[in-house]
Ligand binder design. Structure first.
Ligand code: SAH
Length: 391
């Protein structure tokens, strides 16, 4: 295994000395000719070895995988995956009533550029960097070596997460094949469409927030806006909601939502699903809902879109405040990494002020523990939520 040499500008090692796992291109003094995805060793200007990582063309030039000279072979990936596995054992996520969770959350599991979600026997793996793309076979081999036969099939799904698409980045099973796509989360069943669905097929990051919602659902009329495949809806139904309406602009998502209702609550007429634009729906709906969930897609994928994203959050929240019943509860989220907790709260605050309603914060929510945040990489915090009581 060869490692190209990268030498930093004097003083640029500060962040790395504090284990921040990224090297920005501006910090590089000189380097051997590198191709996208090459393994590299990073040195300070004084020739001190910092560690090994993956090179990438662009502003984040290196994603560090070690802070020593560890070889980046299958054993390396196995050890990192095993550490991630052991954390999930500690979190008690592998139970008969729960077989879907995130096994690898990039920097949060010391594997920058890699995401692995588990659905039953299948691992859905996403490379966000060319380095992880080239390491995919080693990672897949290491995945099927996880204890207790955790993983049987490894589906590689990086068509939309890599900076470019080539023939070898097509989605495919690296190991195994399709068996079942029914996953279990807190006792509820879900069809997960990792072949065609968004992200890895399901949003495992809302698992605990859905459980909290269940506790508030009794006797309420629920609107699940941006429902995707219905995650929050089934918890609301199990919690005793009188009616649950699910809305998403994707008709595929709505059809999966309907399938999921049938799977968990066959013939239950409390649920209705609408393939509609959220802004249109909320503008036209009546004022009968007293529990509303707003879980939009990342309005800001990059810092440049921040201003418009904040306007988007303000608009949709303002409508919810305007229309929710008195004594209503609003679960509102942002999954944009580019939007900070404070900025999101400010957008929701402006929306509340605009409505003139009396609003209190009941809970402040975040991502669950299987999406850990590396303390040296605060950028890993992305999911923010508020539960609000509206009088
Ligand atoms: N709450 C979901 C995840 C939401 S992801 C869960 O728990 O699984 C965001 C969803 O918003 C996607 O399903 C996407 O199809 C939908 N979406 C994006 N833009 C939309 C719009 N303008 N109106 C309605 N839905 C939209």
């Amino acid at each position: 295994m060869t490692y190209k040499k990268i030498v930093l500008k004097k003083g640029s090692e500060e962040f790395l000395k504090r284990f921040h796992p990224w090297v920005f291109s501006g910090a590089i003094h000189r380097m051997e000719k590198c191709e996208d995805g090459d393994n590299v060793t990073v040195y300070t200007a004084d020739g001190e070895l910092i560690g090994n990582g993956h090179y990438q063309l662009g502003s984040i030039a290196v994603r560090m995988l070690s802070f020593d000279d560890t070889t980046l072979d299958e054993e390396f990936y196995f050890e990192r995956l095993l550490a991630a596995y052991n954390t999930r054992v500690a979190l008690n996520l592998m139970r008969p009533d729960n077989n879907s969770f995130r096994l690898v959350h990039g920097e949060g599991d010391f594997l920058p550029g890699l995401v692995v979600d588990i659905y039953g026997n299948t691992a859905v793996m996403q490379a966000h960097s060319p380095g992880m793309h080239f390491a995919r076979n080693m990672i897949a081999n290491a995945l099927v070596r996880m204890p207790n036969a955790l993983v049987k099939n490894v589906y590689y799904k990086s068509e939309t997460t890599l900076p470019y698409i080539t023939r070898d980045t097509e989605n495919y099973y690296i190991i195994g094949q399709y068996d079942t796509n029914i996953a279990v989360e807190n006792g509820l069943q879900f069809h997960v469409d990792w072949l065609k669905g968004q992200k890895t097929g399901f949003f495992v990051d809302q698992r605990e927030n859905r459980l909290l919602l269940e506790k508030y659902a009794k006797g309420r009329k629920v609107l699940n806006m941006f429902c995707y495949t219905g995650g929050f809806s089934f918890y609301a139904m199990r919690g005793g909601a009188t009616a649950v309406h699910s809305v998403d602009s994707s008709s595929k998502a709505i059809s999966l939502t309907r399938d999921n209702v049938e799977l968990n609550f066959p013939g239950d007429t409390r649920h209705e699903a609408f393939a509609e634009d959220a802004f249109k729906y909320i503008n036209e709906m009546d004022r009968s809902y007293d529990l509303i969930i707003l879980d939009p897609p990342a309005f800001a994928k990059h810092k440049s879109a921040l201003k418009n994203a904040l306007i988007g959050y303000r608009k949709i929240n303002a409508k919810a405040f305007e229309k929710i019943q008195s004594g209503g509860i609003l679960f509102t989220f942002s999954c944009s990494q580019a939007v900070s907790k404070e900025q999101f709260r400010l957008a929701v605050f402006s929306a509340a002020a605009q409505s003139g309603r009396k609003v209190r914060i009941l809970h402040q929510l975040t991502q669950p523990a299987d999406h850990p945040i590396n303390i040296y990489h605060p950028e890993g915090e992305y999911l923010k939520g508020l539960v609000l009581y509206v009088e």
